[in-house]
Structures are given as C-alpha cells and as structure tokens.
Write a protein that binds this ligand. Structure first.
Ligand code: C5P
Length: 244
C-alpha cells in the first residue's frame, strides 16, 4: 500500500509565539512541524509529502534539507497555501497526479500543528480503511457534557453527547473523492473546516459516509502555550522510551 501526505502549514496562528506561526514553535529540540512530519517521512509507504506553506515563509526553506535527509523515500514537495485551510489542501492535492497518484490512491491530510501523531495511529488508519470506498478520519468521542448558549452567556440547552466526536487528523481519503468533494464545496460557496466535512456534503447524494476511527487524546492540536507544554511532555516520554 502507498499513500501521499498532504500537510496544510500555511496558517499564521501566532497567538502564543509572538511573530512565530505555531508550526515553527520549538518543541522537544525541534520545531512543531518537524515532529508532525516525522512519522510520515519515516514510513516507506508514504511516496510523496506535499507541504502547503504561506507566501514569504522564510523558515520552511531552512528546514527542508534536514527533512529530505530524514525521508525514508517520500519526495518532499512545497506548494503555496491558500486563504483558508481547505484552499491550502486543495492546492496541495492538485500536485498529486504529477507524482503518479491516481484517483483511487490514498491521501492522508495531517495538520502541521499536530506534532504528537504516532506511527501506530497511521498504521491503524491505513489498515482499517484499506478497503473503504471513500475513507475516514481519526476522532475522539466527546466526554464532557455539552451546552449550547443562548447568545448572551446563558445556557439554552444541553446537547446529547452520545453521537458526538471531535475530529482529529490524519484524515484519509481517496484522491478522486477528496478532489471532487472540495471542488463541489467551493462550487457551493462552502469552506469546509476539515476534509471530512467536504466529503460529508458531497456524499449527501447517497455515496456512503466517511468512517470515524477512535484516535488518541495525545494527538492534540497546538493552539496555546499549555498545548505546547503538554506536547513536550508527551514527546519527552516517547523519547525516553526510544519511541519518538
Ligand atoms: O488554525 P488551525 O489550527 O485550525 O489550522 C490547522 C492547520 O491548517 C495548521 O497546520 C495550519 O497551518 C493550516 N492552515 C493552512 N492554511 C490556512 C490556515 C491554516 O494550511 N490558510
């Protein structure tokens, strides 16, 4: 089995690192994005890794020589990201046919801001979705009680949490499905916040559904300083076990 990695990394989220976008914050001796790429570059099934970066990103070109040398075979390709995450993903998948991928081949989309994804999670996704017609995503069941506000800080209602999940990445879809779903979303003037949302909208026409697979709570997205400290602890624990 082979797959392509698409990594949207064009966000300018600088909430906690001043001028530095969060994918370049320092984490356990490397930058966040190097950790996020690591398990894919180490995987011989990953044939190409397309990273979408912001225009005038001066940090990415500095990292690429090291990343090339860590790759087990994946070609590392850089594209320009877009206005929103979905545009960055769209720009990246447009490259994939040039790299020998066909419509039935798999694309794994993984946020640059999720540095604690593990090789086991990638193995699980690839194994469990291998014969799925569309694909699916890692997700976590919601465990807190969920409230909907009334727009003024009061509680309007408690939302039943039974069927609710939090979407993580990687999200894994067949190339043709993902491309057609994103094209259809843009044509309908919708900007999906993840790949599964685009596929959900596209499959309302009765084409099946993306599959939810339980991921790990360790696979957190960096949005605050606290997340960075948690990620540091997770990666240091793995380093101490020789598993990072
Ligand atoms: O902002 P958020 O944490 O949701 O971003 C998720 C991922 O999407 C990050 O890796 C970020 O760099 C990427 N992104 C992008 N293009 C944008 C906005 C976000 O590639 N225009």
């Amino acid at each position: 089995m082979r797959y392509a990695l698409v990594m949207p990394a064009a966000g300018r989220g600088t909430r906690f690192a001043g001028e530095l976008p969060k994918q370049y914050a320092r984490l356990a001796g490397r930058s966040v994005i190097e950790w996020s790429l690591q398990p894919f570059l180490a995987d011989p099934r990953c044939v190409v890794a397309v990273v979408a970066v912001a225009s005038h990103d001066e940090r990415w070109p500095v990292l690429t020589p090291n990343l090339h040398s860590r790759s087990a075979g994946a070609r590392l390709v850089t594209v320009l990201g877009g206005e929103q995450r979905c545009h960055s993903v769209h720009n990246a998948i447009a490259q994939l046919s040039q790299h020998g991928l066909g419509d039935d081949d798999w694309v794994l989309v993984h946020d640059a801001a999720r540095p604690c994804v593990s090789g086991e999670e990638i193995d699980q996704l690839l194994a469990l979705l291998a014969s799925h017609p569309l694909g699916g995503l890692l997700a976590l069941r919601v465990t807190d009680t969920i409230k909907r506000d009334d727009g003024h800080g009061g509680v309007a209602e408690t939302v039943p949490r039974g069927p609710l999940w939090r979407a993580l990445t990687p999200q894994m879809f067949r190339l043709g499905v993902l491309r057609d779903a994103l094209d259809a979303a843009f044509a309908a003037a919708t900007l999906p916040t993840d790949e599964a949302q685009a596929v959900e909208l596209w499959t309302q026409a009765g084409r099946g559904r993306p599959q939810l697979l339980e991921g790990s709570p360790d696979n957190l997205k960096i949005t605050s300083r606290r997340d960075l400290a948690l990620a540091e602890a997770i990666l240091q624990r793995r380093l101490a076990r020789g598993a990072a």
